[in-house]
Each structure stands twice: as structure tokens, then as C-alpha cells.
Ligand binder design. Structure first.
Ligand code: FE2
Length: 348
């Protein structure tokens, strides 16, 4: 593991990433961070924006008090802005926002208002810069992600199966489909680094079936590979049963129960990973504090199942599990898009 001091090569990486986001000379660019944000990332964003001669400025928000009964990790749902109108005004006045909040603004309550102003938001995941360096934004990913998004938008049904026993049926009609390309270069766009994901929020009642996670699948809230199977039964979006022979099921059940919130048990977003350079196996190489697990959401061919909020179904909770799985087959209206964990050539 490298240290987290400023490195010239990382200023180069951030500069290149911002260039791909079309940051230009004289552009008003906000760097929004928290007192607990990873300092090296905040400084690298500043140095890169200055190198591009943007009019960069910082907004630093005190990290809010803990409000949940259990630690919240890797949700993409920052509550740092706290609907503070001064912060929102500053961010909507800028035309580019480098998002260094710990959780990111992707699912934040302020997102619609910020994007409505035309501001583009580039969320830099709370990773060690070594990970960001290895997973530099790649313009070649964008058309593939857009293709996957288009396929998901056209689909009426999605089915996910695996040899382990997953058999999940998702009603795609009326789903809110999006994608992460790793570059935020259009007005009112929010994207994140590292990127590479096709994901959607189904409409209410659209998810039913069985999900079976096995050893090597990942719980990104715990930043941990499973070592035992976990079975989940889902009826109309709600996990009605969860069991397994080992500690992994116990940990998940305990975390769910801690919230004392029925919404915690509902499905959130679903989708699949699109980034061929993102890897399943690198989580093992990092201490938990040095990773946010965004690489494991994005590794090509994973089935990403998640629980918690779905604002398109009017369900809100801070409880969130992102659960990337390997070796699943994903079909859209009977057409395979991921076969046993591998993207079809059209998307790869
Ligand atoms: Fe998520």
C-alpha cells in the first residue's frame, strides 16, 4: 500500500479526469468536502482544478452527527449538506462540482436541485488514490454503458439466475434506469469515479424471487467477502426471509434488525457491472478505511443487488446494502446480457 501523501502522478490523474469532464479555463468549480473527507483527495482535486485554471473554491462541511444505530458505509447517499440553502446556492452557481463528500451526492436529497441548475457533478469515490489511479476514467466505457442502459430501458422483464440458486424476476416496465460511465461531461449530469455500471430502480412491487449469495460474493456495507451462503426470499420487493448456515447471514440479519425500520428490508436498485478494468478480487488488498468498494460495484459482469431506499417507490431509509455477486446470468426479455458472470460481447 502506498501512503496518502500528494504525488505528482495523482495530480496528473485528477487533471486528466477533470479534462475528460470538460473542465475548462475560467470555469467556476466547487470542491465540496467534509471535515472527515480523505484530505489527499480534496487537495488533489484542488491542485488539478488550479492546473486547469478553473476558478476553484472549497466548501467544507462539518461531518454531520451520527444519526443511525449502526455504522453507515458506502451508500452514495450523503447527508452532509443537510439541505443548507447557502451550500446549495453555491453549488448551483458553480458549473462543475468535484464531490468529495464521504458518501457522495449520487443519492442525496439535494441532488435534483443541484442538477436542475445545469451543474455537472463529478463524485470521486472515497478510495485510496492508488485505486483511482488504476481505474482512470475511460471514454471507451461510455458508449457501452449507454448501450446497456438502452437495453434495460427497452426491457419489460429481467430475470437473474445462478447455479447457486438465485432466481429473481424483475418487472422492468416503468423502472428508472441510469448508468455510470465514470465521466461527468454533460450539463445536469452526475457521474462517479471509478465508474461502469448499468443500474435501475424498479417501480413498486416489481421484484420477486430468490437471491442466493455464496462465498466470494460481497457485502459492500461490511466491505467483506462472504464465506458462507446467504439465502434471501423476496416478495414484491420485500425480503421476507433471510437465512444461512454461517456468520454472514447472522451479520446481515443483525444489521437489518438494528434499524427497526421495515423499509430497510425492501429492494433498492439493481443492475450489473460494466467496467472491464474493475476487479472482483482487489477488496482483499485494502484495509477497510482505504476503500469505499466502488470498484466492486463496477467489475464487469457482476449482478448488483441492493436493499434500502427506492425514491421512485416512495421508500426512504438510510439502511443500504450493495451486494455484488459473481457468476449470475442476467436476461432481459429472454435475451442474455450477462452469462454466468460474463458480459455479452456487445457490452464487453
Ligand atoms: Fe447502492
Amino acid at each position: 500500500m502506498h501512503g496518502d501523501v500528494i504525488e505528482g502522478k495523482w495530480i496528473d490523474c485528477f487533471t486528466r479526469a477533470f479534462e475528460l469532464c470538460k473542465v475548462r479555463e475560467g470555469e467556476v468549480a466547487a470542491i465540496v468536502s467534509e471535515t472527515q473527507s480523505r484530505r489527499v483527495l480534496v487537495k488533489l482535486a484542488e491542485l488539478a482544478l488550479l492546473r486547469l485554471k478553473a476558478q476553484a473554491f472549497h466548501i467544507v462541511i462539518p461531518t454531520p452527527p451520527v444519526s443511525a444505530p449502526v455504522p453507515v458505509r458506502s451508500t452514495g447517499h450523503s447527508v452532509a449538506i443537510g439541505q443548507n440553502p447557502a451550500i446549495i446556492k453555491a453549488l448551483t452557481t458553480a458549473t462543475f462540482v468535484a464531490d468529495l463528500t464521504i458518501e457522495g451526492l449520487l443519492h442525496s436529497i439535494e441532488r435534483p436541485e443541484i442538477l436542475a441548475s445545469g451543474t455537472r457533478v463529478f463524485m470521486i469515490s472515497n478510495e485510496h488514490p492508488e485505486s483511482l489511479e488504476r481505474l482512470m476514467p475511460d471514454p471507451a466505457l461510455k458508449p457501452k454503458v449507454l448501450k446497456g442502459v438502452a437495453m434495460a430501458k427497452q426491457a419489460k422483464k429481467m430475470r437473474v439466475t445462478s447455479a447457486a440458486g438465485t432466481d429473481l424476476h424483475i418487472d422492468m416496465e416503468g423502472a428508472n434506469v441510469g448508468g455510470g460511465c465514470g465521466i461527468s461531461d454533460e450539463k445536469s449530469q452526475i457521474d462517479y469515479w471509478p465508474g461502469g455500471l448499468c443500474a435501475f430502480y424498479p417501480r413498486p412491487g416489481g421484484v420477486t424471487g430468490t437471491v442466493v449469495m455464496v462465498a466470494g460474493d460481497i457485502n459492500l456495507t461490511f466491505k467483506r467477502y462472504l464465506s458462507d451462503p446467504v439465502h434471501m426470499q423476496i416478495e414484491r420487493d420485500c425480503i421476507t426471509e433471510i437465512h444461512g448456515p454461517g456468520m454472514d447471514a447472522d451479520l446481515m440479519k443483525s444489521y437489518f434488525a438494528a434499524w427497526q425500520d421495515p423499509n430497510a428490508y425492501y429492494t433498492s436498485h439493481l443492475g450489473w457491472g460494466m467496467n472491464p478494468r474493475a476487479r472482483w478480487d482487489t477488496l482483499v488488498m485494502f484495509d477497510r478505511n482505504d476503500t469505499n468498494g466502488t470498484e466492486q460495484r463496477a467489475f464487469a459482469g457482476n449482478f448488483l443487488f441492493s436493499t434500502g431506499s427506492n425514491r421512485f417507490a416512495n421508500r426512504f431509509t438510510e439502511a443500504h446494502f450493495d451486494l455484488p455477486m459473481r457468476n449470475c446470468t442476467i436476461e432481459l426479455d429472454g435475451q442474455i446480457v450477462v452469462e454466468k458472470g460474463n458480459l455479452i460481447p456487445e457490452l464487453a
